[in-house]
Write a protein that binds this ligand. Structure first.
Ligand SMILES: CC1=C(CCC(=O)O)c2cc3nc(cc4[nH]c(cc5[nH]c(cc1n2)c(C)c5CCC(=O)O)c(CCC(=O)O)c4C)C(CCC(=O)O)=C3C
Ligand SMILES: [Fe+2]
Length: 390
């Protein structure tokens, strides 16, 4: 086998996602799963339930993950990469614990995890690592052997993630009426999180105002805006804004909200805008409701022409990017030199989350990081590695 196609030491890839309801009866139990112990006001939950009911109680996220799963399997097969791909969720079937049990019963010993969140944050990274630790604890209780578990590095700045979004923005601009196109503003949008979570996102050394979460999004936004200017010759002014805020109103979350931002753009005389959901991997409910329904209605009310650009979904370039990241990590674990591809100013992210990365409010065991109680082989000095791309 050529070294470049060798997944050793891994014998499985696990797609780890959020999960979503698949019918009206699923909505309330799903929301209970999501919000268990998280202190989200009842009013907000009722409201979010309505978003799902508006779409027949079905979130598109599971079908989108099925599509990504199929595309990964096909891409791996086409490229001669012999690595089975599994799928498990935090909040809905197939549940992570069941998938991990299946994986162990299939004899898999060491699994690499692809989470459907590209950036550092408690919700997008450590919480998935806590889910993995919880699933491992259950398997241990059941007397099953525990697989080694590693998580792929953050891929926000990988070309496989960024390039499809650049094309998406170009297509959205093209779709705007010609007379407003050149003046269109770019509104890069992502999930709002509490200020306190943002400030402590990423490794301890990156904590501070907005933390790694905001820095990573700004880097991606700038990359896309620069690429769009290069391709169109037009300098579209841009901002990073937020959406899908929950939690109590007196707790500060990242702002401005996309709807307030559209109002500001309109008041400032902007002729049009493109909403660019860089924070999300697929067109799930946050995109379909918060952007395509709510923010789009806001823009219509203002008389501001808007378009929403595509998320990467199962774009072949993203799928190929995942394959490259898997092979990169496998080679790294084997101690082979390997190119670590990254665009932008921040460089490739760490392979192993260091101690103190994206801390939780209430400390809880997390796997696949330097503070994992499950794997003592790793730890010292592996977390903060930073290499520059050629
Ligand atoms: C950073 C981030 C991502 C992006 C990274 C990633 O993708 O992981 C994300 C994704 C998603 N969030 C989703 C759904 C929900 N998130 C909620 C609540 C929350 N999200 C938060 C953050 C994030 N969330 C936070 C800080 C909360 C507050 C409570 C808590 O600290 O946990 C709630 C509760 C109700 C409410 O919205 O208030 C729901 C229903 C779905 C599924 C959509 C579908 O069904 O199609 C997806 C992909
Ligand atoms: Fe969320």
């Amino acid at each position: 086998m050529p070294d470049t196609l060798d997944p050793t030491p891994y014998d499985a890839l696990l797609l780890l996602s959020f999960g979503g309801p698949e019918g009206p009866d699923d909505v309330v139990p799903f929301l209970e799963n999501v919000t268990r112990g998280r202190g989200i006001p009842k009013e907000r939950l009722k409201e979010v339930g309505q978003h799902y009911f508006l779409f027949g109680g079905v979130s598109p996220i599971n079908d989108q993950n099925r599509e990504l799963l199929g595309a990964l399997r096909e891409d791996f097969a086409d490229h001669g990469l012999d690595l089975p791909v599994y799928w498990g969720n935090r909040n809905w079937a197939p549940y992570l614990t069941d998938t991990l049990r299946e994986l162990v019963q299939d004899g898999r010993r060491r699994v690499l995890v692809l989470a459907t969140s590209a950036y550092a944050s408690y919700s997008g990274c450590r919480q998935y690592r806590e889910d993995l630790a919880g699933a491992l604890a259950t398997l241990a209780d059941e007397g099953l052997p525990l697989p080694g578990v590693d998580k792929l590095r953050h891929y926000f700045n990988h070309p496989g993630f960024v390039r499809p979004m650049i094309d998406g923005v170009l297509a959205a601009l093209d779709d705007l009426p010609a007379d407003v196109r050149a003046g269109a503003r770019l509104a890069f949008t992502t999930h709002s999180i509490p200020d306190a979570s943002a400030d402590t996102s990423g490794p301890v050394g990156e904590h501070g105002d907005g933390g790694a979460y905001v820095a990573q999004h700004l880097d991606v936004a700038r990359l896309i805006a620069d690429a769009v200017r290069e391709r169109t010759g037009v300098d579209h002014p841009w901002s990073l804004v937020y959406q899908s805020r929950s939690g109590a109103p007196h707790i500060p979350w990242l702002e401005p909200d996309i709807c307030d931002h559209l109002e500001e753009l309109h008041a400032a005389g902007a002729p049009a805008a493109v909403m660019v959901p860089i924070g999300f991997v697929s067109d799930h409910m946050e995109v379909l409701y918060d952007l395509d329904t709510e923010a789009t209605a806001k823009a219509a009310e203002l008389g501001l022409p808007v378009r929403r650009s595509a998320t990467v979904g199962a774009d072949p370039r993203f799928v190929a990017g995942v394959r490259e990241l898997v092979l990169e990590r496998a080679a790294t674990e084997r101690g082979r030199p390997v190119e670590r591809c990254a665009l932008g100013a921040l460089g490739p992210s760490h392979d192993l989350c260091p101690v103190g990365c994206c801390p939780a409010r209430a400390p809880k065991a997390a796997a696949a990081g330097a503070d994992s109680p499950y794997d003592q082989r790793r730890g010292e000095g592996r977390g903060r590695e930073k290499e520059t791309t050629p």
